[in-house]
Ligand binder design. Structure first.
Ligand SMILES: Nc1ncnc2c1ncn2[C@@H]1O[C@H](COP(=O)(O)OP(=O)(O)OP(=O)(O)O)[C@@H](O)[C@H]1O
Ligand SMILES: [Mg+2]
Length: 335
């Protein structure tokens, strides 16, 4: 079988401080196939940025790996020497970050930065800029980063990231710092460019709605690891993890109540080591002693992967919900 674009296995990362250690990834698993488009969602602090940085081994120096590994097209990211990891980053992985203006060098014009980034690729800078929707390349090339809008700067960052035709693109909150009006177009651009080049794309975001619209698959993170991994339609029609159900309710709340997000009561955990039970248990209305004492591992329930001891309960509830809807549908179709 061909190698996966990305394989994260039991990855644990701790931030080691003088007085305390924070576990930001707690045995995270994630597999992304070539060309696949995956959205990773989760509240603030769930470990999204740490996972994004671990993929390219661009973690801060205070981060320590206490277990697990990341492989990209079969090559162990943590097993490579410094030169090889630089080569892997240059050839195989592209990154797009939250704040495009700060990821560009403020002291150099865009033209200089693009020429440096694209050196040796044979890519035409004007074509690259036009392909990311910048119709006036001349004006952009002579500008400094601060002279661009956030949306334009992100388009430049995407052009730079895609110039080497990476087989894996990692985007950490690529639209979070942008104006609402341009968020959707930037998301569309990322997805459309990745599809055109058959690049595997992993988007880390808070925005479940955008993920549902643009991704093939959704991975829901909580407490430093994925707790549900399913297709978009599965997550929307039948979220099995109580946390996914809460996130979905919050996302629906956006539509119903203007910008008022209906938060899940309680706060996400700050871990200091491996979580013993389910890290969502303190906020979960269904939690019992098993949840507090036994760590739920990812398992297949009704053809979606979920880390919840009681997921079966929700498949029954969902079957009931669908059954309850049936008479209406029968009436509506006149059958
Ligand atoms: N440099 C750091 N030093 C210490 N702790 C950190 C550092 N970066 C992240 N953490 C902690 O690690 C955990 C995971 O953080 P991370 O930034 O990966 O989450 P996130 O899902 O990206 O959050 P957000 O949605 O706010 O971007 C949190 O508890 C966070 O406080
Ligand atoms: Mg983050």
């Amino acid at each position: 079988m061909n190698d996966a674009a990305l394989e994260v296995r039991s990855l644990s990362i701790d931030y080691v401080g003088r007085n305390s250690t924070v576990r930001s990834l707690d045995g995270a698993d994630l597999v992304v196939q070539p060309g696949e488009i995956v959205g990773v969602v989760g509240e603030s602090g769930s470990g999204k940025s740490t996972l994004a940085a671990a993929i390219g081994r661009i973690l801060p120096t205070s981060a320590e790996r206490s277990g697990g590994d990341v492989t990209i097209f079969g090559r162990s990211v943590f097993g490579l020497d410094d030169r090889s990891i630089r080569g892997l980053r240059r050839k195989e992985i592209g990154f797009v970050f939250q704040n495009p203006i700060s990821t560009l060098d403020p002291t150099k014009r865009i033209g200089k930065q693009m020429r440096d980034a694209l050196a040796g690729t044979g890519a035409d800078i004007g074509d690259m800029l036009r392909s990311v929707g910048l119709a006036d390349p001349k004006r952009v090339l002579s500008a400094y980063p601060h002279q661009l809008s956030g949306g334009m700067a992100q388009r430049v960052a995407i052009a730079i990231a895609m110039a080497r035709k990476p087989r894996l693109l990692v985007a950490d909150e690529p639209t979070a710092s942008l104006d609402r009006t341009v968020q959707a177009t930037i998301m569309e651009l990322l997805v459309q460019m990745s599809r055109a080049d058959n690049t595997a794309l992993v988007i880390f975001t808070h925005d479940l709605r955008a993920v549902a619209q643009y991704c093939d698959r959704v991975v829901v993170m909580y407490g430093g690891r994925p707790v549900e991994d399913a297709s978009c339609s599965q997550i929307f029609d039948s979220p099995l993890h109580p946390y996914s159900q809460g996130l979905l309710a919050a996302a629906v709340g956006v539509e119903d109540q203007g910008d008022q997000l209906k938060p899940i009561p309680g706060a996400p955990p700050v871990l200091h080591g491996t979580s013993i039970g389910c890290s969502f248990a303190p906020r979960c209305t269904f939690a019992d002693d098993t949840c507090r004492q036994e760590r739920p591992e990812m398992r297949d329930v009704a053809a979606q992967m979920v880390a919840c001891h009681h997921a079966e309960r929700f498949t029954e509830r969902i079957t009931d919900l669908i059954a309850a809807r049936m008479p209406d549908q029968t009436e509506a179709t006149g059958a």
